[in-house]
Design a protein around this ligand. Structure first.
Ligand code: NDP
Length: 448
């Protein structure tokens, strides 16, 4: 059987053994499409059934999360933790609280996380978790009761040497605080390294809040620089207005670009004068408001739209930072027609496969999420490092480390793509570089 035939057979097998998990299938396909050149060079990977093993999570945990709302009514949600691969270190990956969370979403995120974490060069395996709980519209007390119930089951599966969750969509510093408090209370251990994204006063790391967005901006800057271009003076669009988007906007501005639009799930705002980062952060992070309020407060330069898509607007750099599959083929065509030169994924898998193909065919530089948004998890690993040594680094030093890691990830992807005969194909470079690292560790450890 040829390599592509055996990949197709494996893909079919995974799809039939894991039905109704379309996001997981999509993530598998995206990786498989790029691995052939590497598998040809490493027949020992196929002999050891490495691909089959990597696609099967080491452990999947699904649990009931009962809690009582403010009206005294009992509510039941479903909790997930998928511990995908621990060849390089303890499972590491965020928790997502969103009504769309199901096993397929958690597995797609966990699978991507394995290679992303490998690319950071730091000792972390891959995992992901979450719940179909919707934090929107819930009181602080309801959030706390939910988090406590969630941790009452999760605590027995995690630990600083086992599995280290963090935040993701719907899980920020407030939720990590409630989760950590409950872990500490149940275990009677102040085990700082069990969760990352903690507050600065109790074991958190400087730059963790900013890291994913900053890292995405650094990555796109590196992609442009490697192709004799720069970010300075460019009009940039950033979708979303959550943790990743806010700090991508700040760093793009610091690097000389101008972000002219951002969004949330109900609409987008176009600001002809460039997004006012301080106002945006105040509304979204401090007041937990909506993007429509930004337009109201900002005045004449800003326009709020609920019709159409943020990708209808022209730009030369696009940073999708909201959620999976938010940028489709039609949006990609419009962006290409408007002259986009670089796209980097701040979110996980925000571009549909057809959109990625169109960008690549049009010669647009495309940075996949597992490389472009790896700054968040890398800084989480630095948080674990600080916790283990009971240390706390300065903002400047932490940002310098982040910048260095993003530069190294870029170089790794760029050089791997060239080595395998596909220059500038960052998707192929990221998949092969990440896969290689995990595969070599698994080979060394035998059949586990
Ligand atoms: P947040 O919950 O802080 O923000 C998510 C943002 O996306 C919100 O503005 C939300 O709007 C918006 N959004 C959600 N769905 C849609 C939609 N269908 N259309 C338009 N906007 C939408 O999450 P994060 O910023 O933490 O995460 C964003 C992405 O980045 C996710 O894919 C996540 O997995 C990924 N990521 C996050 C990391 C981190 O460190 N936080 C690390 C690496 C990746 P609304 O408020 O209306 O829901």
């Amino acid at each position: 059987m040829s390599i592509s035939e055996s990949l197709a057979a494996l893909r079919q097998n995974i799809e039939s053994r894991n039905p109704a998990e379309p996001e997981f299938h999509q993530a598998i396909n995206e990786v498989f499409e790029t691995l052939s050149p590497m598998l040809g060079k490493h027949p020992e990977y196929a002999e050891a059934k490495l691909l089959e093993r990597i696609c099967e999570p080491e452990r999947q945990i699904i649990f009931r999360v009962p809690w009582v709302d403010d009206a005294g009514e009992v509510q039941i949600n479903r909790g997930f933790r998928v511990e995908f691969n621990s060849a390089l270190g303890p499972y590491k990956g965020g928790l997502r609280f969103h009504p769309s969370v199901g096993l397929g979403v958690v597995k797609f995120l966990g699978f991507e996380q394995i290679f992303k974490n490998a690319l950071t060069g730091l000792p972390i395996g891959g995992g992901k978790g979450g719940s179909d709980f919707d934090p929107k519209g819930k009181s602080d007390n309801e959030i706390m009761r939910f988090c406590q119930s969630f941790m009452t089951e999760l605590y027995r599966h995690i630990g600083e040497y086992t599995d280290v969750p963090a935040g993701d969509i719907g899980v920020g510093a407030r939720e990590i605080g409630f989760l950590f408090g409950q872990y500490k209370r149940i275990t009677n251990r102040y085990e700082s390294g069990v969760l990352t994204g903690k507050g600065l006063a109790w074991g958190g790391a400087r730059v963790r809040v900013e890291a994913t967005g900053y890292g995405t901006a650094y990555f796109v800057q590196e992609m442009l620089a490697a192709n004799d271009a720069g970010l300075g003076g460019r009009d940039v669009i950033v979708s979303g207005s959550g943790n990743v988007a806010i700090y991508a906007i700040q760093k793009v501005h610091q690097l000389g670009g101008r972000v002219v639009a951002c969004s949330d799930s109900t609409g987008y705002v176009h600001d002809a004068d460039g997004i006012d980062f301080k106002m945006l952060r105040q509304i979204k992070e401090v007041e937990r408001g909506r993007i429509s309020e930004y337009a109201e407060r900002r005045g004449a330069s800003a326009r709020y739209e609920t019709n159409g898509s943020i990708w209808d607007l022209p730009c030369t750099v696009a940073l999708p930072c909201a959620t999976q599959n938010e940028l489709d083929a039609e949006a990609a065509r419009r962006l290409i027609a408007s002259g986009v030169v670089a796209v980097a994924e701040g979110a996980n898998m925000p571009c549909r496969p057809e959109a990625v193909r169109l960008f690549q065919e049009a010669g647009v530089l495309f940075g996949p999420g597992k490389a472009a948004n790896a700054g968040g998890v890398a800084t989480s690993a630095l948080e674990m490092q600080q916790n283990a040594s009971r240390d706390s680094w300065s903002f400047e030093y932490s940002e310098q480390r982040l910048h260095e890691i993003m530069r190294n990830i870029h170089t790794d992807c760029f050089e791997t793509a060239a080595e395998y005969g596909h220059p500038r194909n960052y998707v192929l470079g990221a998949n092969i570089a990440g896969f290689n690292r995990v595969a070599e560790a698994m080979l060394a450890m035998g059949v586990i």
